[in-house]
Design a protein around this ligand. Structure first.
Ligand code: PRP
Ligand code: MG
Length: 212
């Protein structure tokens, strides 16, 4: 019998809550430490622990059937991938921030400036929309440090509690989008896996309803 293959974040904020929702729908996973793949004991499900940014391509290629992923990552890298369920957790924003002392108050004020971000497609989209041209510096993590080391005038990154912005002396000037965890599906999912997904989704919906 075939198994439904799900990708979840390997480590980071989404990992814990993704594991929790699987537990809440009654799925128990043999989770050996440092394992990148694990099987459920009581459901035909295989869990792949992957890096966030790699998940859209795995879905596209049909290496995994479904994924629990931040909508912000799909907007950045997987606009083509269908979302079948909004999961209501890991809510965050993708925002532009500048040093507290900066005179920049909006996207327009960033004309000709340098923006550090891990979300180049998202930032470019909004810059175009607002007819602003800026110089993007793509970095993969600890983006908020960029203005302090003279690498950028502004940053664009995820804001959740706001603590990272605060600790780095930055203030938010624009919210580009709001995001939450979603269930995304591979365009290549087989009919057999789709049937398993229906069962899983039915359980998820029951749990989400119970929480409201
Ligand atoms: C994420 C994100 C922000 C921060 C936002 O970084 O890139 O920096 O969390 O959360 P907050 O508003 O609650 O502070 P993370 O700590 O995951 O590390 P990374 O940037 O190195 O990936
Ligand atoms: Mg960060």
């Amino acid at each position: 019998m075939s198994k439904l293959k799900i990708a979840i974040q390997k480590s980071g904020r989404l990992n814990e809550e993704s594991m929790r929702i699987l537990k809440n729908i009654g799925i128990s996973i043999d989770n050996g430490k440092d394992q990148l793949k694990a099987s459920a004991r009581n459901f035909p499900l295989e869990v792949f622990y992957l890096r966030n940014g790699d998940i859209p391509q795995y879905l596209r290629d049909g290496v995994v059937d479904i994924a629990i992923i931040g909508e912000n990552v799909l907007i950045e890298k997987g606009q083509d991938l269908p979302i079948v369920e909004r999961l209501g957790f890991s809510k965050c924003k993708v925002s532009i921030a500048v040093p507290k002392s900066s005179k920049s108050k909006s996207l327009q004020d960033l004309e000709g400036k340098r923006i550090a971000t891990s979300y180049p497609n998202t930032v470019n989209h909004f810059l175009k929309l607002n007819k602003v041209s800026a110089d993007l510096h793509v970095i993969n993590g600890s983006v908020e440090i960029a203005p302090n080391i003279g690498l950028a005038d502004a940053i664009c990154d995820i804001v959740s509690s706001g603590s990272t912005l605060f600790k780095n002396g930055l203030k938010e000037i624009e919210t580009l989008l709001k995001s939450e965890a979603v269930l995304a599906v591979s365009p290549k999912i087989s009919n057999e896996s789709k049937t398993l997904l229906d069962t899983l989704q039915f359980r998820i919906q029951a749990v989400l309803k119970g929480q409201n």
